[in-house]
Design a protein around this ligand. Structure first.
Ligand code: C2E
Ligand code: CA
Ligand code: CA
Length: 540
């Protein structure tokens, strides 16, 4: 019993810890999720601003390229000045010019000095089949160490016009964002050189940083990648977590409070039961079973009763269920066996008298089960009775093989095995063959379906014939009327238990009852006695 108690305490402590930590863990996780979302939104916002800037620069550049196109085919001397004017029109044009077969024939920077377009951008021209394209480059012939963007338009006749735009403006913009937020940004026009803030200044990415955001312009082939730093996420996360914290703490306190109340009630129920055992509030009542073939009492089922000191009775199904839930069923069954052994000291019963004991699933699975029952058998050996273990279908589901072995062992030692409340559990019929069973107790619910002496109750009839085929003895529970009794007798049921024959009675009445009524058939009982409301048979 002590180890059960220790286990319950440990479980309680673990539950309390879980209840206290759960809201905190949830708010840490939720605020991290929120922080990542917030940072993602900020990345998106900054990328959009940058793309807008790049789009409007592209608009200006393409306008310029269109304007220069008007000058195509004219000699350089005629258009040189115009080109120079265009070149200085906007601060961010590095140079503008015209080409013929990708050869610069006239430009704002070098006038009529001819050069290959490739020489100006210091790299081969991209393989483009388009008439219009833009392309970022690391530098140009005149300014080799500063990125720029080439906007180029080629006509089918071989003429072309171009504008080279300074990337410095975009880079200043990126740097401003970097200084404010620490974002690492890179921007590419076409498949060209990635324009970015200096990589040396960028903080190393941390495990907290979200995946870099990659986005692009809807109007031009401009791609932007923005990457946040881990410390930003950590900052936003901390801020979000602080706003959640008071709520999480209140929730933790509430959960712990609820749990403490619940645990206290649980503990107090188990304590209550332990106290009731110590104060002798439990007693065993016995309900006689009738053997139809022999026409006499075949035995009795032991049923636990609990009466509190104030006289109030606790219903068995209530306290048995609670005992099973609170880990008290094994101590309670030990107590039951003690009480029966004490009661049985003064009994005289016919040899082979069946003493039915209800066994809970948990007890059946317990390693001490076989020795508990053997010890009990020794203590009532003087009776020469047959112990019948009543098991529910539920108790056979777990550890089937081990349980079958234990039952077979006890069966060999003279005990009998009954399956209780048959038909109410979720047991497969195959269990009936797998386990060493002797009796099948048909639940009261099926007996209630008998409506008239010659009426049909297909399920009940199927259960009875199945038991006969499996060579199991059948006991019908909850038999309350003579009509039900006669029906069951006609259909080959051998044992009857129910209010018609006898209600459960205290030990003090059992021997007296056996002498007076043991041989009276159930349907003659009403002629012999009546029962009071507590279920005690009063002889008349
Ligand atoms: P059970 O094992 O099916 O016990 C038969 C129940 O049917 C008993 O209820 C009994 O009083 C009731 N009964 C018998 N004949 C009639 C009848 O003609 N009409 C009606 N309406 N009821 C009848 P009880 O004593 O209230 O026990 C309820 C359940 O509690 C039992 O069902 C059993 O599952 C459990 N129980 C009782 N005592 C013990 C025990 O010592 N150990 C264990 N593990 N379970 C027990
Ligand atoms: Ca039973
Ligand atoms: Ca039953």
């Amino acid at each position: 019993m002590r180890s059960v108690l220790k286990n319950t305490r440990l479980k309680g402590a673990l539950l309390l810890l879980a209840a206290a930590l759960l809201p905190l863990i949830l708010s840490v996780a939720f605020s991290l999720f929120q922080a990542q979302k917030t940072v993602q939104r900020q990345l998106q916002a900054n990328a959009s601003i940058l793309i807008n800037q790049a789009d409007s620069i592209s608009d200006e550049a393409w306008n310029m390229v269109s304007r220069i196109r008007q000058l195509e085919g004219q000699p350089c001397e005629a258009i040189e000045q115009q080109l120079q004017r265009y070149g200085t029109l906007y601060a961010y044009f590095r140079s503008v010019g015209v080409t013929s077969a990708d050869l610069i024939t006239c430009s704002s920077a070098y006038g009529g000095e001819q050069a290959k377009l490739e020489t100006m951008i210091r790299q081969p021209l991209p393989a483009m089949n388009k008439a219009w394209w833009s392309f970022s480059v690391a530098g140009t012939y005149g300014v080799p160490d500063r990125p720029a963007v080439l906007f180029y338009r080629r006509t089918p006749t071989g003429y072309g016009s171009y504008a080279v735009v300074e990337a410095q403006y975009l880079m200043d913009f990126m740097r401003a964002i970097y200084e404010q937020r620490g974002y690492q940004i890179s921007m590419q026009f076409g498949d060209g050189y990635p324009i970015s803030t200096q990589s040396g200044e960028i903080q190393a990415p941390s495990y907290l940083s979200p995946a870099p955001l990659k986005t692009q312009s809807t109007r031009y082939p401009i791609h932007v990648t923005v990457k946040s730093t881990g410390s930003e996420i950590a900052d936003v996360w901390w801020q979000t977590f602080l706003t959640f914290l008071p709520m999480a703490l209140i929730l933790a306190v509430m959960l712990v409070g609820l749990l403490v109340t619940w645990l206290k009630r649980r503990m107090s129920f188990a304590d209550d039961m332990r106290r009731a055992i110590a104060h002798g509030e439990f007693a065993v009542w016995y309900q006689p079973v009738y053997n139809i073939e022999l026409g006499c009492c075949a035995g009795a089922e032991a049923l636990m009763r609990w009466q509190r000191p104030n006289g109030e009775w606790v219903r068995p199904d209530v306290f048995i269920d609670a005992a099973e839930r609170e880990g008290m069923i094994i101590p309670l069954t030990h107590h039951l066996l003690d009480l029966i052994a004490r009661d049985a000291k003064n009994w005289t019963v016919p040899p082979g008298f069946h003493l039915g004991i209800n066994v809970a699933a948990e007890h059946l699975q317990h390693p001490d089960f076989v020795s508990d029952i053997r010890d009990f058998a020794v203590r009532i050996a003087h009776l020469n009775a047959t112990i019948t273990l009543e098991l529910t279908e539920r108790s056979l589901i777990q550890d089937g093989e081990e349980v079958a072995k234990r039952l077979a062992l006890l069966q060999q030692e003279g005990m009998r095995i009954a399956i209780d409340d048959f038909g109410t559990g979720h047991c497969a019929l195959s269990y009936l063959e797998q386990f060493p069973l002797d009796y099948l107790k048909i639940d009261k619910g099926f007996v209630n379906t008998i409506e008239s002496e010659h009426g049909e109750t297909p399920v009940l009839e199927a259960i009875i014939s199945l038991s006969h085929r499996l060579k199991l003895e059948v006991l019908a529970e909850g038999v309350e009327s003579a009509m039900q009794y006669r029906w069951l007798r006609e259909h080959g049921v051998s044992f009857i238990q129910g209010y018609l024959y006898a209600r459960p009675m205290p030990n003090a009445d059992l021997m007296r009852w056996m002498t007076s009524y043991g041989h009276v058939a159930p349907d003659d009982m009403s002629l012999h006695g009546s029962t009071n409301r507590a279920g005690i048979v009063i002889n008349t």
